[in-house]
Design a protein around this ligand. Sequence first.
Ligand SMILES: Cc1cc2nc3c(=O)[nH]c(=O)nc-3n(C[C@H](O)[C@H](O)[C@H](O)COP(=O)(O)OP(=O)(O)OC[C@H]3O[C@@H](n4cnc5c(N)ncnc54)[C@H](O)[C@@H]3O)c2cc1C
Length: 290
Amino acid sequence: MAAQIFDIAIIGGGPAGLSAALTGRIRNKEIALFEHLDFSQKLQKAHIVDNYPGLPQVTGKGLVQQMAAHAQAHQPTIIKEKVLNIYPGEKFTILTPAATYEARAVILATGVVATVLFAGERDFLGRGVSYCATCDGMFYKDKNVAVIAYTAEGEHEAKFLGELCRQVYYLPQYKGELPPFRDNVKIVADKPRAIKGDSQVEQLATDKGELKVDGVFILRQSDPVENVLAGLELDGEVIKVNRDMSTNIPGVFAAGDCTGKPWQIAKAVGEGLVAVLSAIGYLETKAKQA
Ligand SMILES: Cc1cc2nc3c(=O)[nH]c(=O)nc-3n(C[C@H](O)[C@H](O)[C@H](O)COP(=O)(O)OP(=O)(O)OC[C@H]3O[C@@H](n4cnc5c(N)ncnc54)[C@H](O)[C@@H]3O)c2cc1C
């Protein structure tokens, strides 16, 4: 059976992505909503939100839950996987650690990357720096690696790498109790600073010293978006968009924090709506040309 081709793939299930998914389904489009964590962990941290019209004094968690339930009631296909790469073509090919998907248009709603990149991170991408243990772990069989994790998702990656690698240094950059690991997974409480090497990664420099490693896996809530989709034009650190939320790549739209300030829910929701309507317009124009 041929794999389903979605009309629109939405990457990120925060307020922007959920808003886009809701209106996309109301407009009867086949929507894939990719969300690898639990619908905007960021907004869930907001103790009280009091600037979202119509819902005074709501908790961030409550607001996300209502938004997610509302969108899900219209049955977009929710795919609980992290999008690693998007390849434009006649259709967009979307890669996750588990599978490959296809869509005719894409909306990026990945939120803001809260951390600045480490020195050397961009230079060593594909030469020792990776964002996915499932994809690249085998390259480090019997070698030493570091895992820098901003979410508990990193624990699974560290466990998996522990089965493959000689030594794993796990650097959790979040609070919370850690599960037991194998003996070859060492918890390191340092703050990572820079990734160093010659042609390949050789060291991870931290605030307390240096770890000799062959690879560094970095697990953030959102990866640098230009690594997910090559050729995407940025405006500083954020995605450059036009008034209709289109980007420089035909068929790719963006919405929410990933397009810049103000980092606010109402702006994210509004941009999600504009992005999905523009994506639908793009699909209709393409269909007429075919
Ligand atoms: C503590 C705190 C309090 C706040 N209080 C307020 C407030 O009172 N009022 C207000 O207006 N705003 C507030 N904000 C800001 C608000 O949370 C953001 O502006 C809003 O969540 C942005 O929505 P978004 O959809 O653009 O991005 P996000 O909410 O960040 O959602 C992006 C989603 O994309 C997912 N994702 C990222 N990359 C991928 C990938 N490759 N594959 C699959 N999924 C991916 C992430 O898991 C995430 O769920 C607050 C933020 C914080 C942290």
